[in-house]
Design a binder for this molecule. Structure first.
Ligand SMILES: Nc1ncnc2c1ncn2[C@@H]1O[C@H](COP(=O)(O)OP(=O)(O)O)[C@@H](O)[C@H]1O
Ligand SMILES: [Mg+2]
Length: 218
């Protein structure tokens, strides 16, 4: 089995977008164990809803629960969103759930927010990644400021001994900065790993995912 953890330099950078593309390109199974801001009235728009659609699975309550057991309504960090509902996230249960793989499959685990989002009083998403030990796919944006966010995330992942399998620079909407130049600058500090650029132009996306699969294959 092969497994990757998809994390981000922040929220809304393109983790789910990358996960959906890789589901198709690798015929992978994806899970989003913890989601906040989950709108039960509109599950199709949620991360688990998008992952299910990419996997060609029906959007039923059981399927959503199987992909995303920890769902919280408030658009807050998971620890705060859980507290709003009088709950706490059981970190060990999240790790156990994420670790479960089937023989022969490729599993993608989408994290939540960035690399150090609190899950409970003692653990962040970084501790979750370390507990799993899966190679990480780090997704960052191309907005002004994204370079520092991406490189900070990269450094933190490396400092905890995580293998970074791929780095993706996903084009941010209305960015004032060039996607290619941003990726080139980031790549000067992540050698030998060069970021895979992910433009918003749909005509370029198939080739982009081919490049990403190539990088993952080593
Ligand atoms: N490279 C890209 N091309 C097209 N759309 C993108 C790209 N990256 C992100 N998006 C879109 O931007 C929004 C936020 O991305 P998403 O994958 O949901 O972020 P995250 O999972 O990191 O919070 C979504 O509507 C997503 O489809
Ligand atoms: Mg997401």
């Amino acid at each position: 089995m092969t497994a990757y953890f998809i994390t981000g330099a922040g929220t809304d950078v393109g983790k789910t977008f990358v996960a959906c593309g890789l589901i198709r390109a690798l015929k992978a199974r994806a899970i989003k164990p913890v989601a906040s801001g989950f709108d039960a009235e509109n599950p199709a728009a949620s991360d688990p809803g998008q992952l299910l659609a990419a996997m060609g699975r029906p959007l039923t309550p059981d399927e959503i629960a199987a992909v995303c057991p920890w769902r919280f309504a408030a658009a807050l960090s998971p620890d705060m969103a859980a507290a709003c509902e009088g709950k706490a996230i059981d970190f060990n249960a999240v790790v156990e759930f994420s670790r479960h793989t089937h023989p022969g499959e490729t599993l993608l685990v989408e994290g939540v927010g960035g690399v150090m989002v609190p899950l409970d009083h003692r653990h962040t998403t970084l501790d979750w990644m370390v507990a799993l030990g899966f190679p990480v796919i780090l997704v960052g944006g191309s907005y002004l400021g994204a370079m520092s966010h991406t490189l900070s995330a990269f450094e933190v992942l490396r400092s905890r001994g995580l293998k970074i399998a791929a780095l993706v620079t996903s084009e941010s909407p209305d960015s004032t900065v060039s996607l290619e130049e941003t990726a080139r600058s980031i790549g000067k500090f992540t050698h030998p790993l060069a970021p895979v650029t992910m433009p918003r132009d749909p005509a370029l996306q198939e080739a982009t995912f081919e490049r990403l699969v190539h990088v993952l294959a080593g």
